[in-house]
Design a protein around this ligand. Sequence first.
Ligand code: NAD
Length: 487
Amino acid sequence: MSLADRLGFDPARCFINGQWILPQSGQSLALENPSTGETIGRIARGGADEIDAAVGSARASLDGVWGRSTAVERGRILTRIGQLVLENVDLLAELEAMDVGKPLTQARNDAVALARYMEFYGGAADKVHGQTIPYLDGYTVYTLREPHGVTGHIVPWNYPMQIIGRSVGAALAMGNAAVLKPAEEACLTALAFARIAHEAGLPAGALNVVPGLGEEAGAALTSHPGVNHISFTGSVGVGSLVQQAAARNVAPVTLELGGKSPQIVFSDADVDKALPFLVNAGIQNAGQTCSASSRILVHQSVHDQIIERMSERYGNLRVGPASEDLDVGPLISARQRAVVAGFLDVARNDNLTFAAQGTIVDHAPGGGHYIAPTLIAGLTPDHALAQDEIFGPVQVILPFDSEEEAVAIANGTDYGLVAGIWTRDGGRQMRLAKSIHAGQVFINNYGAGGGVELPFGGVAKSGHGREKGFEALYGFSILKTVAAHHG
Ligand code: NAD
């Protein structure tokens, strides 16, 4: 069965105004399976024309039935989308495994998370209230939460379903109409989601999907004067370009960028509990996770013990094709693999310690982009491997002597996305939760199981604005103040 037959649509088309449309240029891009290096299909190379049509269709939906929908109606539609996503979990997981190289269980978790976002924002849609504000005698003052209008969503390849869920879900709940530009490396689940949303009753134009290159479709979306808000998830460099393009139209942006997130292990930590989090948070999705914990900070007194016990786990890690559902899949592309291998070359040249490595299975296809998870020790906090986002399954381990030093190392990068603290000392937990620069701090856990409900975002070069949880609904709406003088 062809990919188009499996999907129920031709992936070389854009989804605009409820229709599957070929790009005007007639051009398409090859889609690669990272587990094998083989081309598995073609996707549309949408450009400025398709973005313009998508923005027009979103605007028309706001002027039409979608714009007149009540919060209750939007909530019902989102909830229905969530149900349909759940009914399609196997297909979505299979597509994501094929497209991103994500082991099937991890891909399935992403599909379930997408459903959960729809449920959450479906339930929340009619619970965003304004306020009444006491004012002068003879006045009644209140606030309204209104949609921005047309929202642009630019999504990377590493967690397409989760990122679509959190940003498009919240935007639709607040009554915006969305134009989604998925990453050129991984578009299939974005397109499948559009089909599902349409089937669930989302009116035409409320969600449009235009696959294409970042510098073409992405740039056209961020600079389009008809777009009223941009949500961008991706690299720092592109995020900065997006913000500059949006600034020309004075459009607000949410930037969810990279990270170099630490987990800090003190001498009184419950090491047995911490260990799976220490390792998994570094190797999940082959380390291609914005909130990957790529730095493990350990108190001197437990340094050797932690290395030994993490090494045991690393020794059991198996890397192979997504369809085999091992611990780690391939990286997304040959380019990404070369970047990560480059960091490991630097580590070798600088005589750093390769404390532990996982194993690539013998039968892994030669064309796949595999790299063995690696734990690096013997480096200082200012080393490139301890400073730069590697975006691969590489963790570094850094010793510290005191709480002050731990905080200084934790805060000593350009990023501030997530941090984990492992200690039984309640005072220390509270002090560090305040002094660490990050959008999320986890105490004696890391990642809190995904946490659809938990506001998420960065400080410094990890970005600004918050998605996930209720907070996203404020970001995807505008507060209007109404002051009535009635005497
Ligand atoms: P990227 O910035 O290269 O691409 C992200 C998206 O931007 C893609 O859809 C791409 O097509 C588009 N794009 C590229 N150039 C563009 C341009 N000039 N104008 C508009 N859009 C453009 O990032 P990537 O390599 O795909 O993803 C990895 C990065 O994303 C990492 O830094 C990672 O930390 C970050 N990320 C952050 C989060 C978060 O929530 N903070 C989540 C996932 C990934």
